[in-house]
Design a protein around this ligand. Structure first.
Ligand code: HEM
Length: 407
């Protein structure tokens, strides 16, 4: 798995030892080369390490996923799910995306804002009464459950622990199969099965009795005049559950960890709460919840002086691009003002770029802004209860297991 770069830097992009802090290794490999040959399981691919080349692939129409054309070298479990447009190319991609986008318009997000406020308020009040808080288990997770499966998909609020367990197993299972143990593959299969059974029953219920949520809208809507099939609606629910929960939980976890490890930035945000929106962008650049993604050349093309043939695969290290000092000044410094003012920094790749730019970004921002603002206001003297941070095993998704703080 590890490779020798042109300047003899050895690098293993997926070494579990890098989980705690992958950034020094990203720097070494970025400085060695923008593009590196890499053995991705049994698939030879190219790793893309620097910002400019990552952004060029994400925005270039000659790059995509290639599953519908039958040219992808990747065997990705996500691509097999009906309706899972994150791994689709135009024109299919656009049809599904258009339907789902309705849930994330400024108006819909405006309607969700009071709910997010109430949920966070209750969770922070309970923590203050108890005198202790785990930012993941007591705040980020229940908030994501309330907003995504329960509010967006209209699922049963009593199943919060199941949703978390299913999405964690499926999120770990989105790592390439050759990185997973047999138990993890079995856990993914079981979780996906349980999830599909649950959403299958829910779709039948909503078909009989529609409610005010995206799931009922998807049932009522059609793709190009034709209705979505039940497997497509179930697949879309699964995609939204996993793409939405794991990432928005990890934005709050990784972001709060950065703030608490940089108390000057926490104090600055307390004094200038209007910096919260740019601070979220800085969190997405500095310690992104999604660390890499994949693409395939849809036609013969050139990138960074290298020729690619149709069907060649690349792994785009977006987590590395965020720390590229060719683009970001003092890239290893966490600075909540970087995206503020008249000359904000270059767009980070935390939500990707191009046609697959995260459709749920407005909801992710709403959740993180509401949670972090409540802590700034109501628990201003927050401190880390421990210096030891344990990371989830996932490599695509970067997130911590728990973040206990003293209030
Ligand atoms: C901080 C939180 C989030 C992060 C960091 C994040 C990150 C991303 C990234 C990097 C992609 C693009 C992947 C690629 O280009 O290959 C993406 C796409 C997507 N995200 Fe998010 N996401 C977040 C929250 C959400 C939420 C809350 C939802 C929905 C509830 C969501 C739903 C989706 C969907 C459906 C796609 C596929 C879009 C497409 O292919 O057109 N995400 N997200």
């Amino acid at each position: 798995m590890s490779i020798a770069t042109p300047s003899e830097v050895t690098f293993d992009a997926f070494d579990p030892g890098m989980r705690a802090d992958p950034y020094p290794a990203y720097r070494r490999v970025r400085d060695a080369a923008a593009l590196l040959p890499y053995q991705f399981g049994d698939v030879p691919v190219t790793l893309v390490t620097r910002y400019e080349e990552c952004a060029a692939v994400l925005t270039g129409s000659e790059w995509g996923h290639g599953y519908s054309a039958g040219i992808s070298p990747f065997r990705d479990a996500t691509a097999a799910i009906p309706g899972s447009f994150v791994r689709m190319d135009p024109p299919q991609h656009g049809r599904y995306r258009k339907l789902v986008s309705k849930a994330f318009t400024p108006r819909t997000i405006g309607d969700l804002t009071p709910l997010a406020g109430r949920v966070v308020d209750d969770l922070v009040s309970a923590a203050l009464r108890r005198g202790g808080l785990d930012i993941l288990a007591d705040l980020a997770v229940p908030l994501a459950v309330a907003m995504i499966p329960v509010r967006l998909l209209g699922a049963d609020p009593g199943l919060g622990a199941d949703f978390r367990q299913w999405q964690l197993a499926i999120a770990r299972g989105s790592d390439p199969d050759w990185l997973l143990g047999a138990a993890e593959v079995a856990a993914r299969t079981a979780a996906a099965g349980a999830c599909m059974t649950y959403f299958g029953e829910l779709v039948a219920r909503k078909r009989a009795e529609p409610t005010a949520d995206l799931l009922s809208e998807l049932i009522a809507a059609g793709v190009d005049g034709a209705g979505l099939t039940a497997p497509e609606i179930i697949g879309l629910s699964l995609l939204l559950l996993v793409a939405g929960m794991e990432t928005s939980i990890n934005l709050i976890g990784n972001g709060m960890l950065a703030l608490l490890r940089n108390p000057d930035q926490w104090d600055l945000l307390r004094r200038r709460p209007e910096l919260i929106a740019p601070a979220l962008d800085e969190m997405l650049r500095y310690d992104a919840p999604t660390q890499f993604t994949i693409r395939v050349a849809l036609a013969d093309t050139e990138l960074g002086g290298k020729q690619f043939r149709r069907g060649d695969g690349v792994v785009i290290l977006t987590g590395s691009a965020g720390r590229d000092d060719r683009v970001f000044a003092e890239a290893d410094t966490f600075d909540v003002t970087r995206y503020a003012g008249n000359q904000p920094a270059r767009k980070h790749l935390g939500f990707s770029l191009g046609i697959h730019f995260c459709v749920g970004a407005p909801l992710a921002r709403l959740e993180a802004e509401t949670a972090i603002q409540a802590l700034l206001e109501r628990a201003p003297r927050l401190e880390l209860a421990t210096e030891t941070v344990e990371y989830q095993p996932s490599l695509i998704h970067r997130g911590i297991v728990s973040l206990p703080v003293s209030l």
